[in-house]
Write a protein that binds this ligand. Structure first.
Ligand SMILES: Cc1cc2nc3c(=O)[nH]c(=O)nc-3n(C[C@H](O)[C@H](O)[C@H](O)COP(=O)(O)OP(=O)(O)OC[C@H]3O[C@@H](n4cnc5c(N)ncnc54)[C@H](O)[C@@H]3O)c2cc1C
Length: 260
């Protein structure tokens, strides 16, 4: 579930190749993409996200990917024969360096299931991928303060938003991880307090963040809230904010980034 509005930049389908891979924390792999076409990517910061197309076998199938991933684009994607059709997953731009034409993606290392997580864990320089920009979910609504709730899959989004918020912004960011060692440096406005939480081993995602949200002493006024991560965390945060705290529905952006 999500109420994020998709926007498509003019860049359309951008081709890229793996430049390097680095394990930045025990459960986060950073894959840096580059190549001449990446110069066309329009970086907007915050939690900007995109559809990442990973080839299965034939890299040439990436050339058949649509320019957009709306309804028409999706139908054209489905017309690529199964067995050649690239796998598409959603990811966040962790950072973009225009001068070097480099784009970083932080992938949660979540085991051998799925495609994108395992791909990132073994990606090698030169491998081709493609991406289609989807814009930012963060709407930066005019509010008295800001609230961010995220798990490890939303860490790139949370850190990007904190980095790009006006320095006078105030509020709270609640970030839940499953391993304390996956914390990263934060560049946040001084008025935004960052609460790092670690859920118990094998506990449900959200089992640390949601009680912390419920116990949070809310500043005066109405927040603009952004809640992303495992489906139960994102939906639970939204439910609490709307039902218990009286935040207008339109003041909560939320998205289930993955489903347990
Ligand atoms: C807008 C948006 C931005 C996102 N940005 C990022 C990002 O920057 N970094 C990032 O790591 N993820 C991000 N995600 C989440 C990512 O798209 C999902 O985790 C995706 O399912 C991973 O694909 P996969 O092929 O590895 O696994 P899938 O094939 O989708 O799933 C295979 C299995 O792995 C499990 N699984 C999937 N993801 C996780 C996880 N994170 N932890 C534990 N188990 C998991 C599933 O429950 C399933 O059982 C984002 C999602 C959205 C919607």
């Amino acid at each position: 579930m999500s109420n994020i509005t998709v926007t498509h930049a003019e860049s359309g389908l951008v081709h890229a190749e793996v430049v390097r891979r680095e394990r930045i924390t025990p459960h986060m792999t950073r894959v840096t993409l580059g190549g001449p076409d990446v110069a066309r990517f329009e970086f907007r910061g915050f939690d900007q996200w995109f559809r990442l197309a990973l080839p299965i076998g034939d890299e040439g199938a990436l050339d058949r990917m649509p320019q957009r991933f709306g309804f028409g684009g999706y139908l054209s994607y489905l017309s690529i024969p199964k067995g050649q059709r690239p796998v598409v997953r959603n990811y966040t731009v962790r950072d973009y360096r225009e001068s070097e034409r480099e784009l970083d993606i932080d992938f949660v290392v979540h085991g051998s299931e799925g495609v994108a997580g395992p791909w990132a864990a073994r990606a090698v320089p030169g491998e081709r991928v493609a991406l289609i920009d989807q814009g930012c979910g963060w709407r930066g609504l005019d509010a008295d303060w800001n609230l961010i709730v995220a798990d490890e899959s939303g860490l790139p989004a949370a850190l990007g938003i904190l980095r790009d918020l006006p320095r006078a912004a105030t509020g709270h960011a609640i970030i839940e991880l499953f391993d304390e060692r996956d914390r990263q440096d934060v560049d946040a406005p001084v008025g935004v307090e960052v609460h790092w939480l670690v859920r118990a081993e094998a506990a449900e995602p959200g089992s640390a963040a949601l009680p912390a949200l419920e116990a949070l002493d809310f500043p005066d006024g109405t927040p603009y809230a952004f809640a992303v991560g495992e489906q139960a965390l994102a939906a639970g945060a939204r439910r609490h904010l709307v039902r218990q705290r009286g935040v207008p529905k339109g003041g909560v952006t939320f998205s289930g980034y993955w489903r347990r």
